[in-house]
Design a protein around this ligand. Structure first.
Ligand SMILES: [Zn+2]
Length: 258
């Protein structure tokens, strides 16, 4: 379960770094070792304990400090390279990048490391999707509209079979973003939306089912489609804003999860 991993991840991460002294303490739990090691090293860079241009300690030193194998350290360093935090120089080792982390924007990391702030991600998602809906209301084709309606029917079908309609919901929101005709915007909206939706729906599985939220969601989706069909950008924007505000996590929810 995502929520278990989330809890483990938060637990491990909070054990690793003492924010006052910035000392890395050994990792004692087996699961997610390389993730935890990556988080620990990334935190050194983000807290500026390791500044841009500084040489990253050797695999051997990091292995001793973190109390993990060198293979785990290697894996963590590879991840940090992909994320743009560090780079290697042949024969000299690894160094902190000039603009660490600018290679990536990791929604999953923001959600899992600091669930209290997940409301901020939902705000970002809402701003993006409100604008997508407004543009879709101006630009949508008949085919776009058919796609939205098909996805909405699919959500109802999945829910009838006892599911949440998560995949179909993702497809519904994607169909709105696609109708903007801007493939980059559509991709970014899909990326942010997918992460927030998976997080939220797994965490709130039982709450969603018991609170009749599923019926509300269907009505809200209908309002969005109506506004887009009638080519009313402001109404579409408002309908998305309402829909996502109703689905966003209350800050207290994150505390319950932890
Ligand atoms: Zn939705």
């Amino acid at each position: 379960m995502l929520s278990d991993n989330l809890t483990n991840c938060i637990y491990i991460t909070s054990m690793l770094i003492d924010s006052e002294t910035n000392v890395i303490t050994p990792i004692s739990r087996r699961p997610l070792l390389s993730v935890a090691a990556t988080d620990a090293l990334r935190a050194k860079i983000e807290s500026a304990a390791w500044v841009p241009g500084a040489r990253v300690p050797t695999e051997k030193d990091l292995s001793a400090q973190l109390n993990v194998s060198r293979a785990t350290v290697r894996e963590a360093l590879t991840r940090l390279k992909h994320e743009g935090y560090i780079y290697s120089v042949q024969g000299k080792g690894a160094f902190v990048a000039d603009q660490p982390g600018m290679n990536s924007f990791r929604v999953d990391q923001l959600l899992s490391e600091n669930p209290i702030d997940s409301a901020h991600i939902f705000e970002l998602r809402s701003l993006i999707e409100q604008n997508c809906a407004a543009l879709a209301a101006e630009r949508r084709t008949a085919a776009d509209l058919r796609e939205m309606k098909r996805a909405m029917k699919k959500i109802a079908g999945e829910q009838k079979n006892g599911g949440l309609g998560l995949e179909a919901d993702i497809a519904f929101h994607r169909s709105i973003a696609n109708a903007t005709g801007n493939p980059i915007l559509a991709r970014f909206a899909d990326f942010v939306g997918k992460h927030t939706r998976e997080y939220l729906q797994v965490v709130r599985l039982s709450a969603l089912k018991s609170a009749h939220r599923l019926d509300d969601i269907e009505r809200e989706h209908g309002d969005i489609i109506d506004a887009i069909e009638l080519r009313k950008p402001e109404a579409a924007r408002k309908a998305v804003s309402r829909h996502l505000a109703n689905g966003a996590p209350h800050p207290d929810l994150a505390r319950v999860v932890i």
